[in-house]
Design a binder for this molecule. Structure first.
Ligand code: FMN
Length: 513
């Protein structure tokens, strides 16, 4: 069995899946449209139970919902309508587009290639209008399929080594990732996408939970095999990646049968043929936790990845005051979100950028971020067009609320190149790069540190998307040339790895307001 504590597997995976100018040009991969995977997991023998389709309006401003969380021990349990709202606004179908090969069902959160490899499962107690059980969320029907009847929450509690938020949560959502659905396009790099795409989904889920008054906590410490068994997923194809505890009740879950039996449920094959990328499965196995004791020592005590105090010129953030803050509600903002396909080269303002950075980085409630407010990724910016800020490269000092100028200049061409030669990063008003020093992270968390650093970036990136759309700006995630990104921000970023990129600005479709 591979040991999570030996981080060699994560380094090997990271190096092997870097994009470079040469790697992109020498890769013979092409998209085999005749073998495109199905966008949904289908259990043909199980009837879905439809979820209520009417969306409750919380009216909570998106810019508050992404920045805040409900205190952990606030008594609250979701009813069926709240469950529907959580699922629709994180993984539901919000738009459809026809194209010659069929239809694309766009979902509430951004996802690489619109391939939607993240599936959601519910493990719940008896809730108002929803019986206790283990359910699979079916976005195509907007329904739930019950896989197990009864309260199985204790199985999750044991698998998470007694994590308190799981002990008291009436509802837990488990997010799994399906290799082939994303690897069809992105090959072995898909394991990074698991973190990104699960992360953008969680940004929505956490914000909606806050708007509904539910405490929420992301839990990444669990015995992988036990959670996979509970959901009855085949870990060669689909693996549990993150777990979210939602709500709080004082009572602890009842005992469950010692043996969680296999269900032998038929699912429709995603494609005629599948290509295996063993590197991903090796990365997953090497980052798996095997016992509750291992989980207990794994979680908490986030390594400090403090960036050194600013040495260059600084600019203070100037977020909007409460009175000026845009107040569009979270449900509206999620429904109008979509990735910007072309940016206008028009400027945004310093308060707009400041509000995005400030609101998106106020902390994520997660078992790997301890003390609360800890963050694994550092943010670096290439500013092209922000009124009140000279174009150039910057490092964001979150604790101080300042941007440190690393170099001045017009870097549109460099940014276009770094974003894999796409116009989006050249035309945006600002490109926000996430870089992390993987050394202390992997030393502390082992290979699983690689999962959580990608997931955190996805969550923060998802919050930036929402913060941009809340201000009627556009945003898109982008992929990048790994080592060139680090080189661009060096010497400041020396030794760090590029993890994620979000471009923000005015969409070319809409006139600035
Ligand atoms: C992590 C991440 C990386 C992405 N990379 C790219 C990219 O390199 N180029 C691009 O055009 N879109 C990129 N996208 C946008 C996706 O294509 C988009 O989210 C997907 O098509 C779904 O559409 P929607 O976001 O409008 O709902 C990325 C999205 C994410 C979340």
């Amino acid at each position: 069995m591979t040991d999570n504590r030996n981080p060699e597997a994560a380094w090997t995976y990271h190096e092997a899946t870097k994009h470079s100018y040469a790697s992109i040009r020498s890769n013979p991969h092409f998209l085999d449209w005749s073998n495109q995977p199905l966008p949904f997991k289908i259990y043909p023998a199980l009837e879905p139970m439809r979820l209520p389709s009417e969306l409750r309006q919380t009216g909570v401003a998106a810019l508050s919902a992404i920045a805040e969380s409900v205190p952990a021990q606030t008594n609250a349990a979701p009813d069926l309508e709240a469950v529907a709202q959580l699922l629709y606004l994180s993984a539901g179908i919000t738009r459809k587009r026809s194209h010659p090969g069929g239809e694309i069902y766009f979902r509430a959160a951004a996802c690489t290639g619109a391939l939607y490899e993240v599936e959601l499962y519910l493990v719940c107690a008896d809730l108002a209008n929803l019986d206790a059980g283990v359910y699979h969320f079916a976005p195509a029907e907007f329904g739930l399929r019950r896989l197990r009847a009864g309260d199985y929450r204790r199985a999750l509690l044991e698998a998470t080594g007694g994590e308190p938020s799981i002990a008291h949560a009436p509802l837990t959502i488990v997010c799994t990732c399906t290799y082939w659905r994303n690897a069809w396009k992105y090959q072995a790099r898909t394991y990074r996408h698991f973190g990104w795409d699960n992360g953008t989904l969680l940004a929505n889920l956490l914000a909606v939970a806050t708007a509904l008054g539910l405490p929420a906590r992301v839990v990444c410490g669990f015995v992988d095999a036990d959670v996979n068994r509970l959901l009855d997923v085949d870990p060669q194809r689909e693996v549990a990646f993150s777990v979210v505890a939602l709500g709080y009740t004082a009572a602890l879950p009842p005992q469950v049968p010692a043996e969680i039996s296999p269900l032998h449920l038929e699912t429709v094959p995603l494609s005629q043929r599948k290509v295996d990328y063993p590197l991903m499965r090796e990365m997953h196995a090497a980052s798996s936790l095997d016992s509750a004791e291992e989980v207990e020592t794994w979680r908490k005590h986030t390594p400090t990845t403090n960036i050194s105090p600013p040495a260059g010129p600084i600019v203070s953030l100037e977020p909007f005051s409460d009175g000026e803050m845009p107040r569009d509600p979270i449900e509206q903002v999620i429904q109008r979100r979509g990735s910007t396909r072309k940016f206008a080269r028009s400027p945004i303002t310093l308060p707009q950028l400041s509000t995005m950075l400030d609101r998106a980085t106020r902390g994520v409630p997660a078992d790997f971020l301890d003390p609360p407010g800890a963050q694994l990724n550092d943010l670096y910016l290439i500013v092209h067009a922000v009124e009140g800020l000279s174009p150039g490269a910057y490092s964001f000092h979150r604790g101080r609320g300042v941007l440190e100028c690393l170099k001045r200049g017009n870097f549109r061409a460099d940014a276009g190149y770094l974003g894999l030669g796409q116009d989006l990063s050249a035309d945006a008003a600002v490109d926000i790069f996430f870089l992390a020093d993987l050394r202390p992270i992997l030393q502390r968390f082992g290979n699983r540190g690689y999962r959580v650093v990608q997931l955190e970036a996805g969550i923060l990136g998802g919050k930036l998307y929402l913060a941009a759309y809340a201000q009627r700006l556009g945003a898109t995630g982008l992929t990048f040339f790994d080592d060139d990104v680090t080189r661009f921000f060096s010497p400041h970023a020396e030794g760090k790895s590029a993890i994620f990129l979000v471009a923000v600005g005015h969409s070319a479709k809409h006139k600035p307001v």
